[in-house]
Design a protein around this ligand. Structure first.
Ligand SMILES: *Cc1c(COP(=O)(O)O)cnc(C)c1O
Length: 422
């Protein structure tokens, strides 16, 4: 009998039976067939310490013995308080307030509501739309779908159901681009802001790496320019670091490459090392303090049942401690060297007729094929070689766990290349 589990993004008529995972250790998980697969995607980019990390598992068990859950409505607890302090410590300067929620999408919903209410409380109720970018992905809830790329962003079918926002072109300048080379991208942003700033509450950016919208990588100078434009037009800058946060781009946060502090920043995926779903929306004093006032409208009307869950906070604290104590940024730099050497610096791959582009940033690499059909069959091909790859569209990518040994990283890149040279 087929399982009643309804899988995400699955085409019910053509989906193959999902392999059954029974456990995992380090960068690999094990199937009930006895196969062990090297996870090149670390489970949608969140299992940054790999599977069964002893310290994360121990932290969860210890917290389970003490307190599994209590609401943050009118109550608090030590793991939430400590995690909020730690997030304020490690994130860019000025982000001093932390609102917890339970997933990246909800964290983004919180960010957008905060931005609209911030302007409302400041006497600018007309600012209630977002400015987002083409190729953006910010989540699957309705509010988030409305700020994903409206054409290629998986949700075009829902267009009539969603609120309408503004979009600027995706930045085209690469990571290395200097201030002059991002001028055209910034001019496009400026044009949208000049025309619509009176109704724009916030600019939403996945800094440096637009992830699920096609792994588009851009320059830190774009972020600097975006910060200046937001200040000029009284628009809040929201960084969606759900994918980029916790080392993915080679720095702890993508914002660190540019030395830019957003007004609001959203973290999720790597936050708990992937061990539980959770998210944090951080806000600056300017945003937070606008909510201090006497009218009933000053309260922020949002409160997910599981916000600040003690198990999630405790494992997030352990994840961050392991990240810092074990110099994960060095591990990421070593992975980055392998990715660059074996993909970026391979002339045969880059000249391959089915390859459109190869991009690497931090512990992220993508081979962009000319067409999605060029990748049909690659998952089975990789699985036969002991590697779990899950491409989407025309993008064959890896975002490994940071504990992946370098030989295993090479196994991933060799498998990706073997697909094209087969
Ligand atoms: C995954 C992702 C989200 C959504 O997070 P969920 O936890 O899946 O709701 C939002 N923004 C970005 C950039 C993401 O990569």
């Amino acid at each position: 009998m087929t399982s009643p589990v309804w899988h995400p993004y699955a085409h019910l008529l053509t989906q193959p039976a999902a392999p059954r995972v029974i456990g995992g250790e380090g960068p690999r998980f094990t199937l009930d067939t006895g196969e062990t697969l090297l996870d090149a995607t670390c489970s949608w980019w969140c299992m940054i310490h790999g599977y069964s990390h002893p310290r994360l598992v121990a932290a969860l068990k210890a917290q389970a013995d003490t307190l599994c859950h209590v609401m943050l409505g009118g109550l608090t607890h030590e793991p939430a308080d400590r995690l909020a302090r730690e997030l304020v410590r490690v994130t860019p300067p000025g982000l001093n307030h932390v609102f917890f929620s339970d997933s990246g999408s909800v964290g983004m919903e919180v960010a957008m509501k905060m931005a609209v209410q911030y302007h409302h409380l400041g006497g600018r109720p007309g600012k209630r739309r977002m400015l987002s970018l083409m190729k953006a992905y910010h989540g699957d809830t309705s509010g988030c779908m409305a700020v994903c790329d409206p054409e290629e962003g998986m949700h075009s079918l829902f267009a009539g159901y969603l609120p309408r926002h503004h979009f600027a072109p995706a930045p085209a300048a690469p990571y290395e681009a200097g201030p002059d080379a991002v001028a055209q991208d910034l001019a496009a942003l400026r044009e949208r802001l000049e025309r619509h700033h009176h109704e724009i509450a916030a600019l939403l950016v996945e800094p440096l790496l637009q992830a699920a919208g096609g792994l588009n990588i851009t320059s830190p100078h774009y972020l600097k320019g975006a910060r200046e434009l937001c200040d000029e037009f009284d628009v809040l800058l929201i960084f969606d670091e759900v994918a980029t946060g916790f080392g993915r781009t080679g720095r702890l946060f993508a914002a660190d490459h540019a030395g830019v502090s957003p007004d609001i920043m959203v973290l999720s995926k790597g936050l708990t090392g992937g061990y539980l779903g959770h998210a944090a929306t951080l806000a600056s004093d300017r945003v937070h303090d606008a909510f201090i006032g006497e009218s009933p409208l000053h309260a922020f009307m949002h409160g997910p049942t599981f916000m600040g869950n003690p198990l999630a906070c405790r494992v997030a604290l352990e994840s961050l401690a392991v990240f810092e104590e074990e110099n994960y940024l060095d591990k990421i730099a070593r992975l980055n060297r392998v990715l660059r050497e074996s993909l970026l610096e391979d002339p045969t791959l880059r000249r391959h007729p089915r390859v459109h582009d190869v991009r690497v940033l931090g512990a992220t690499a993508v081979i962009e094929a000319k067409a999605a059909t060029d990748l049909e069959g690659v998952a089975a091909f990789a699985r036969a070689r002991g590697v779990w790859l899950r491409p989407f569209g025309r993008w064959l990518y890896t975002m490994p766990a940071y504990i992946t040994p370098l030989d295993d990283m090479r196994l991933v890149t060799e498998t990706m290349k073997a697909w094209f040279s087969r």
